[in-house]
Ligand binder design. Structure first.
Ligand code: MGD
Ligand code: MGD
Ligand code: SF4
Ligand code: MO
Length: 688
């Protein structure tokens, strides 16, 4: 028997913990602590602990599949590549769209971006960041000139006041939760606002339940209190920001008084006052947010409002402060950095910028050119185009995403995907989306590859190969390269290793210039921006100046707007959706991990006891949840943990899929859907 330990990084959340994979006779059989990572110091959450369990699942895809007469048949790689190459070549550039993946490495996202813009010459590439932090990327870039989490994870422990808004940190970023606890032990006050009394709420010194969709009102109200009491940082405002007077004019309105916002949000005025005082007077205050802020038709406004609060109180570019946008998936930061977005190449170099376009066209050397220097479509827009403008998009290549469960309004998504002429899905399991594909390509998982991924704190870390992929599955970068070669572009895709791809990325990306595998192959790795090989990396952004050309931060005067769909007589409750500790998104991996699946085998809808009583609904009763999009039968969980008037569903479970119900209304700038608020009614299921 041979036994070895391979240190690697977690394939789940953006915290970026490290652990060892335990490999027995060439197969991954367990995980063990890896104590040298400063991020998690050997600790992991349950998903990390059991991250080996799905790896050798009998359900793993092991051979390419081609659909013939409505049924999948196993095929050789050559058969699959030949068919795909022939089909892909038959479409005009902009009839093709690709979805990249926050689950795969930087190198692989970069290659799919290069494939889309270089081989297919299409403008359309995006990925699930659209459903997630698109509002952050747009909002923080407008406020600060850079769309990323401003401070580091370790830094949170040094904060004197932590305000968590729209992030259930203890379940969704548990090892960041550990830093919050360290801050608390060091004397920090923890403020938490959420419609649900979550695991995070239990640790808070001040918990404020509120109705989904009132964030800007709450933030404006806190800013009004801070200004009224003179707790703002005048020096910071004067030296480092623009447009303060415009902000002040809006937040000082009566609309945002304690009493009014208490009415809008349901938070007692006294709590709002305390929150403003704690936050405004602490030596350093950190703000943590995630999907509760971003997944709204006002997602960008919400994000900019958090930035306003932090500029007002001078909590940027300093230890223990920051706008800490907790990025979700393990490599969603990296997929954005790699330009798997419809508007940018790597490092946020704009596609419409002539110089950037020329830089990539020259470096890549496609003799027949690359895509036009124009922005492409976002995921959500692609789905709308497919249903509303038939024939414009005809063909898609989806790597490591499962929109048939994760996108809003699944009936709409099914229509969209079914209207494609040709669909290729590259995944590790046969997902709900893969079932609709013409060709399915079997990919290797994280434990079967080398590569880098970039965590929420911009730390670029390694994945290390622990076992061979099952059957004939291949690593994603190899599949993309081989396909490109079949299409006649072997010269542009000559890679023999992930490291060779990374060198190309570093050469083309200013914020990654100074990185290479030798430097990254250390427990602490490197934070971008890292512009030179002797640069130590940048854990805290915006010290001394912001990333805008003039160095200034920009206040945004924002009025509160309600969600696109609000309760009415027919649909009287607010439905909000999200996650639980034990499961990951569409469940492909966690529902195939015996331990995690055993903990939480199916979904539910949370209902406040008063609402349940009025509706005559009992705990665990199967009920029907109905919105204007559709209906789902789901067990009721009657609990005081959710406030009256609001209901919550996790979206992990296909048998009671929350996204049948959600609203496809989009933020006008970020094109992110309003997953966090729509109107719902629930009915008792009466036997026919
Ligand atoms: N266990 C687990 N962890 C995960 C994931 C997972 O699937 N499972 N996914 C990862 C990903 S991709 C992401 S993006 C992150 C997401 O991490 P989070 O954003 O922390 O997770 P969510 O459960 O989507 O939503 C957070 C909270 O927002 C609250 N909320 C609802 N409506 C509103 C509102 O209008 N305003 C505010 N302020 N809050 C509201 C919800 O009640 C919920 O508790 O988690 C990452 N971590
Ligand atoms: N109602 C509701 N819906 C939501 C949200 C919400 O809060 N509420 N949150 C949204 C958010 S924030 C996000 S990020 C999205 C997530 O949406 P998705 O990204 O669509 O969800 P995942 O289940 O993570 O899908 C990732 C896919 O990648 C596959 N995969 C894993 N590893 C690899 C690999 O190495 N190679 C390849 N090729 N494939 C791999 C998995 O099997 C899985 O099918 O969901 C969004 N949907
Ligand atoms: S906190 Fe996130 S990165 Fe860390 S072990 Fe858990 S899922 Fe993995
Ligand atoms: Mo996400």
């Amino acid at each position: 028997m041979t036994l070895k330990y391979v240190p690697t990084t977690c394939p789940y959340c953006g915290t970026g913990c490290s652990f060892n994979l335990v490999v027995q006779d060439g197969k991954v059989v367990g995980t063990a602590p890896y104590r040298r990572s400063p991020v998690n110091e050997g600790k992991v959450c349950p998903k990390g602990t059991y991250a080996h369990e799905f790896v050798n699942s009998p359900d793993r895809l092991t051979k390419p599949l081609i659909k013939k007469n409505g049924k999948f048949e196993e095929a050789t790689w050559d058969e699959a590549y030949d068919l795909i190459a022939r089909k892909f070549k038959s479409y005009k550039p902009d009839e093709f769209a690709a979805l990249a993946s926050a689950r795969v490495s930087n190198e692989e996202n970069y290659l799919l971006m290069k494939f889309t813009r270089g081989v297919m010459k299409s403008r359309h590439i995006d990925h699930c960041a659209r459903l997630c932090h698109a509002s952050t990327v747009a909002g923080l870039a407008a406020s600060f000139g850079s769309g990323a989490m401003t401070n580091s994870i370790l830094d949170i422990a040094d904060s004197k006041c932590v305000f968590i808004l729209g992030s259930n940190t203890f379940e969704q970023h548990p090892l960041i939760g550990r830093k919050v606890m360290q801050a608390k032990k060091n004397g920090a006050k923890i403020i938490y606002a959420d419609p649900r009394y979550t695991a995070t709420a239990k640790q808070a010194d001040l918990y404020m339940p509120f109705v989904s969709g009132s964030d800007v009102a709450i933030l404006n109200c806190m800013m009004q209190e801070i200004i009224k009491n003179g707790w703002e940082d005048r020096e910071f405002i004067a030296n480092r920001t623009k447009d303060y007077e415009k902000l002040k004019e809006v937040v000082m309105k009566d609309t945002y008084s304690l009493e009014n916002v208490s009415k809008i949000s349901g938070i007692p005025a006294e709590s709002l006052k305390t929150a403003a005082e704690w936050f405004g007077t602490a030596e350093s205050s950190a703000l943590l947010y995630s999907m509760g802020i971003t997944q709204h038709t006002v997602g960008v406004d919400n994000v900019r409002s958090t930035a306003n609060l932090q500029m007002l109180t001078g909590n940027l570019g300093k230890r223990g402060g920051g706008v800490n946008a907790l990025r979700g998936q393990n490599n969603v930061q990296g997929a954005c950095d790699m330009g798997a977005l419809p508007v940018v190449f790597t490092g946020y170099q704009k596609v419409i910028d002539e110089a950037a376009h020329k830089k990539f066209a020259d470096a890549w050397g496609f003799s027949d050119g690359i895509c036009e220097p124009k922005n492409g479509y976002e995921v959500t827009v692609m789905m709308d185009i497919l249903t509303d403008n038939p024939g414009e998009l005809k063909c898609m290549y989806i790597m490591g995403e499962n929109p048939m469960l994760s996108d809003p309004d699944l009936t709409h998504v099914r229509h969209a995907i079914e209207s494609l002429e040709f669909l290729v899905v590259q995944d590790i399991f046969l997902t709900e989306t893969a079932e609709l594909a013409d060709v399915v390509l079997p990919a290797a998982c994280y434990a079967e590859r080398d590569g880098t991924q970039t965590s929420t704190e911009r730390r670029v870390q390694m994945w290390r190969k622990a076992q061979d992929p099952p059957g004939e599955a291949k690593v994603d970068w190899q599949i993309i390269s081989e396909l490109a070669a079949k299409m006649g572009y072997a010269a542009q895709f000559p890679y023999r290793s992930a490291e060779e791809i990374f060198s190309e990325i570093a050469a083309l990306t200013p914020s990654y210039h100074g990185m290479n595998y030798e430097r990254l192959n250390k427990p602490e790795a490197l934070h971008w921006p890292c512009p030179a090989v002797d640069h130590p990396g940048t854990p805290i952004l915006h010290i001394g100046k912001f990333s805008h050309p003039d160095g200034m931060g920009v206040f945004a005067p924002l009025e509160w707007k309600p969600p696109a769909e609000v309760p009415d007589a027919e649909y009287p409750f607010v439905l909000t959706t999200g996650r639980v500790l034990w499961h990951w998104h569409t469940g492909t991996m966690t529902r195939r991990s015996a331990t995690l699946d055993h903990e939480v085998p199916t979904g539910w809808i949370e209902i406040n006891p008063e609402d349940a009583q009025a509706l005559g609904i009992k705990n665990k009763e199967m009920i029907r949840a109905v919105t204007r999009r559709g209906s789902v039968d789901v067990p009721a969980r009657v609990t005081r943990d959710i406030m009256k008037g609001v209901m919550f569903m996790p979206f992990h479970f296909k048998e009671c899929a929350a996204n049948v119900l959600t609203n496809n209304a989009l933020d006008p700038v970020a094109k992110i859907p309003e997953f966090k608020a729509c109107a719902v009614k629930v009915e008792k299921i009466t036997e026919a």
